[in-house]
Design a binder for this molecule. Structure first.
Ligand code: ZN
Length: 151
């Protein structure tokens, strides 16, 4: 019987891994793998497969990339706030997320709504794209694709 996880549980797992990796000194990735092990999966990647789109009908496919805890630590807001998707000109004010990302197979950056990002975006990672979450006050908090931490 496959085990399903909702986005809130995934967020909870990520938070646990973060807290554990701080206290134990091990990497967040290995802590995530350990949490996956506890739920009967060989790795975090396999667990995430089970938290697939069919379990997230009311959720955004971008939820899995959003790390609100880290976002609040970085406290980086997109400024000035975008109003429309650069690709389809859709109004972003009712969107949960937008992504400032490289257009696939190009070097051009654009602010994309979720749909355009899924079709055209290179990815969410440093150098590929940053994920921003709508804070409902015309502010957009960076919650994914964080810059690498200086050694
Ligand atoms: Zn769009």
């Amino acid at each position: 019987m496959p085990i399903k996880f909702n986005p809130e549980q995934i967020q909870q797992f990520k938070l646990q891994a973060r807290i554990h990796s701080r206290s134990s000194g091990s990497s967040r990735t290995s802590e995530l793998d350990q949490i996956a092990n506890q739920h009967g999966f060989e790795s975090w990647a396999l667990l995430m497969k089970h938290a697939g789109p069919e379990t997230q009908t009311n959720a955004s496919s971008l939820d899995q990339f959003a790390d609100i805890v880290r976002g609040n630590e970085f406290a980086t807001y997109f400024s000035p706030a975008p109003t429309k998707c650069d690709m389809c000109r859709k109004d972003l004010s009712d969107e949960k997320y937008f992504v400032d990302a490289v257009i696939r197979n190009s070097t051009t950056w654009a602010c994309m709504c979720e749909k355009c990002f899924n079709e055209l975006g290179a990815g969410i990672a440093w150098g590929e794209g940053q994920l921003y979450q709508n804070q409902r006050n015309s502010r957009w908090l960076m919650v994914g694709g964080f810059p690498p931490i200086a050694p």
